[in-house]
Write a protein that binds this ligand. Structure first.
Ligand code: ADP
Length: 272
């Protein structure tokens, strides 16, 4: 008999993330691709890519839950849930390896949020910033483009500077773009500018996180958590250790896949 699998798809504003788990809730594969503008088509392609990558057949995926900004546009899912619930579950499950998680900080492509969960993984409360791109991945994307660097390089440059991080004063991404260009024109080094950008995001994120309260352990996920410079800046601003999981960008998709598995197993149990 072929094995059963369960999928979570996080249709984000910037990237589509798909995760596959088996009946034991173990991660069987993950895939990340840009969202583009055709959310449904690109989500289908992301799922197909993950299936090809893992050798799992579509029929073996017994339940599929969509989450994220564009979840309603993906018509293939069996169900959809909020990214807060999916993120909480993903962090709760992956956080067990680090001794448990209570505070989740997520930075996405266009928003950021802080979630407090209890010891069962249920959401106690959360706060969200989806009004301003300044403390989000978008800010990093704009900076990388202006500095002619790949996103992956921002983290490395953070630690290369010989001067103190520069203060980025602009509170808006559009103005920050001009400010970065101005700093470059005045002969400032890329490292000092990048470290300044990371601290500027970290200050905003720490302010948001304090609104839900910082309870141990504090966990950081979302695409920008791949940036080690930002992680270091955030840790400094919060004044406490933060846990970054192995695959920080796919935690929410993983949480949705776990919830898909739980839902399916409950339905099977109820049917008996
Ligand atoms: P969303 O769910 O809103 O689409 P994600 O959690 O997928 O957001 O994060 C997207 C952001 O992650 C991008 O805007 C980018 O700034 C950042 N990012 C993606 N890949 C990397 C990487 N390899 N290194 C650093 N940052 C990254």
């Amino acid at each position: 008999m072929s094995k059963n699998y369960f999928a979570g798809i996080d249709v984000g504003s910037t990237a589509i993330k798909v995760a596959l788990v088996d009946e034991d809730g173990k991660m069987a594969g993950e895939h990340v691709t840009p969202s583009g503008s055709l959310f449904h088509k690109n989500s289908l392609a992301a799922l197909a890519a993950l299936l090809a990558q893992t050798g799992v057949q579509r029929e073996q995926v017994r339940y599929l839950i969509a989450t994220g900004y564009g979840r309603k546009l993906f018509k293939e899912a069996d169900d959809s849930i909020s990214e807060i619930t999916a993120n909480a579950m993903g962090a709760f499950e992956t956080g067990k390896a680090y001794g448990g998680v209570r505070t989740i900080i997520n930075i996405g492509g266009q928003d950021s949020k802080a979630i407090q969960i209890d010891d069962t993984g249920s959401v106690v409360h959360f706060v969200m910033n989806d009004k301003c791109a300044a403390g989000t991945g978008r800010f990093l994307d704009v900076a990388a483009r202006n500095l002619e660097l790949d996103l992956e390089e921002l983290g490395e440059y953070h630690f290369k500077g010989t001067c103190a991080p520069l203060k980025i004063n602009s509170t808006c991404t559009v103005f920050a773009e001009s400010e970065i260009i101005g700093l470059l024109a005045n002969g400032h080094g890329k490292s000092e500018i990048i470290a300044g950008i990371h601290y500027s995001i970290a200050v905003r994120t720490a302010r948001l996180a304090r609104r839900v309260g910082l309870e141990k352990h504090v966990y950081f996920d979302g695409g920008p958590a791949l940036n080690k410079g930002l992680v270091a800046a955030l840790q400094e601003e919060l004044g406490c250790e933060i846990i970054v999981p192995e695959f920080p960008q796919t935690t929410t998709a993983f949480g949705a896949a776990i919830l898909a598995r739980n839902e399916f197993l409950t339905e099977v149990e109820d049917a008996h």
